[in-house]
Design a protein around this ligand. Structure first.
Ligand SMILES: NC(=O)c1ccc[n+]([C@@H]2O[C@H](COP(=O)([O-])OP(=O)(O)OC[C@H]3O[C@@H](n4cnc5c(N)ncnc54)[C@H](O)[C@@H]3O)[C@@H](O)[C@H]2O)c1
Length: 381
């Protein structure tokens, strides 16, 4: 891996900083489930003032703020009215996937820094448009992959970068749940655009791609299916009737640098797991018990398989537990975003990395529709 590739991806998830004395004027776009994690983090910070909230559903943002006891907030019926009428330093885009791009682009064009929930969006083209707006605005955009702040996830990257595995040539990753199809807005094209890949698959991809420095994807042979979410035998009939995204996806991806990525993710399946994550290198392999990778945990101690003094040995990497003062991954995600704005630093989770994550997902969808391997095409930014 070249230095330039590595330097692009310097992790900037930092420890909590002392208050700078100024308050960030923050707005929340979309006051659904994940917005709770954002506001619970913001409310612990002395340098944040929640000034505005928007939701398409009438009364939802008002109820949300009332439940949290936050007063003096201006409410709006969509991101547009909010951004047209407020002077904000930052917004959390907590909408469903299908409106990630429009909300983020509008905010950046208004000169507002954005913490955008994962997945970045739905298509490669949307990701590119987001990045164009980011570039033109000069504002900070960070994508909400909170597992980046997890010490075990950081350890995976440290192990790869230490060279103990040698040159990485093959990775299998993914995971999922035996039965875990969500409901809400996650299961419809019109709101989510993508299913299991956007919900949990993007985390598995980020876990390994971040560790190896996010090489560019070159080709994808992808497969998606839905045999559980839309089946009243496995899902409640009302949800099964509206389910129209994938509940399983698999892909064989060629990455720059001669690395093969073998990926599979399931919201539902008959086995308990489609297998651990394993990173194969010329000097060793790392096994990550990661069926529950979506929440940024490793599901047990990781193991390095390698030869020492001519003997085949296994080195167990103890799990790192958060200490008692740890405020959690969501807090770190929000804090590192605000600190990067204050310091003029790089986004903790930059779009230039997640572009490749999104492109893989999008090309899995496209390849599956075509029934063949396709080249990854990413328009110029
Ligand atoms: N980081 C995590 O751990 C995590 C966990 C869950 C969900 N998410 C992500 O968060 C996003 C939201 O998930 P959720 O479960 O909160 O969904 P949700 O459906 O509960 O909430 C989304 C809200 O956004 C509103 N909305 C949509 N477009 C809008 C617009 N243009 N302006 C204003 N409001 C708008 C909707 O009305 C809805 O109330 C998804 O992209 C999901 O992938 C992340």
């Amino acid at each position: 891996m070249s230095d330039t590739v590595l330097s692009q991806f310097t992790q900037a998830v930092k420890e909590e900083k002392k208050s700078t004395g100024r308050k960030f004027k923050v707005g929340i776009i979309g006051t659904g489930w994940i917005a709770e994690a954002h506001i619970e983090s913001y409310l612990q910070m002395d340098d944040v003032e929640i000034v505005a909230a928007a939701d398409l559903i009438p009364g939802k943002a008002e109820k949300f703020m009332k439940d949290y006891g936050v007063e003096g907030v201006h409410f709006y019926p969509s991101h547009k009215e909010m951004l047209d009428n407020e002077e904000l330093d930052a917004v959390s885009v907590c909408t469903y996937n299908m409106t990630h791009a429009e909300c983020t682009i509008y905010a950046l064009k208004k000169g507002v820094n954005v913490l955008l929930e994962k997945p970045m969006c739905v298509t490669t083209e949307e990701a590119v448009e987001i990045m164009k707006a980011e570039k033109e605005s000069g504002k900070l955009l960070s994508i909400g992959f909170q597992p980046r702040g997890d010490e075990n996830m950081k350890m995976i990257k440290k192990i790869v970068e230490s060279g103990v595995l040698g040159k990485i040539y093959y990775i299998q990753t993914g995971g999922g749940r035996r039965r875990g199809v969500p409901n809400s807005t996650f299961i419809e094209q019109k709101t989510a655009g993508i299913g299991a890949m956007g919900d949990i698959g993007c985390y598995s991809l980020d876990m390994v791609l971040n560790a190896i420095g996010y090489p560019k994807p070159l080709t994808v042979s992808g497969y998606t299916s839905a045999f559980f979410g839309n089946n009243p035998k496995y899902n409640n009939p009302a949800d099964a009737a509206r389910f129209d995204v994938e509940d399983f996806a698999a892909a064989f991806v060629r990455l720059e640098g001669g690395i093969i990525l073998d990926f599979r993710i399931a919201w539902a399946m008959h086995p308990d797991t489609p297998g651990d994550t394993i990173i194969f290198g010329t000097e060793g392999a790392l096994r990550i018990p990661s069926t529950e990778c979506w929440n940024g945990s490793t599901g047990g101690p990781m193991k390095i398989y390698h030869d020492v003094a001519g003997e085949r040995v296994e080195t167990i990497i103890p799990e790192i537990k958060p200490d008692k003062n740890d405020k959690g991954l969501f807090y770190k995600k929000v804090r590192s975003f605000l600190d990067a704005i204050a310091e003029g630093g790089e986004a903790p989770v930059p779009s230039k990395e997640i572009l490749y994550n999104q492109a893989i997902i999008d090309h899995i969808v496209k390849s599956s529709k075509l029934g063949k391997e396709i080249e990854v095409v990413i328009p110029e930014i």
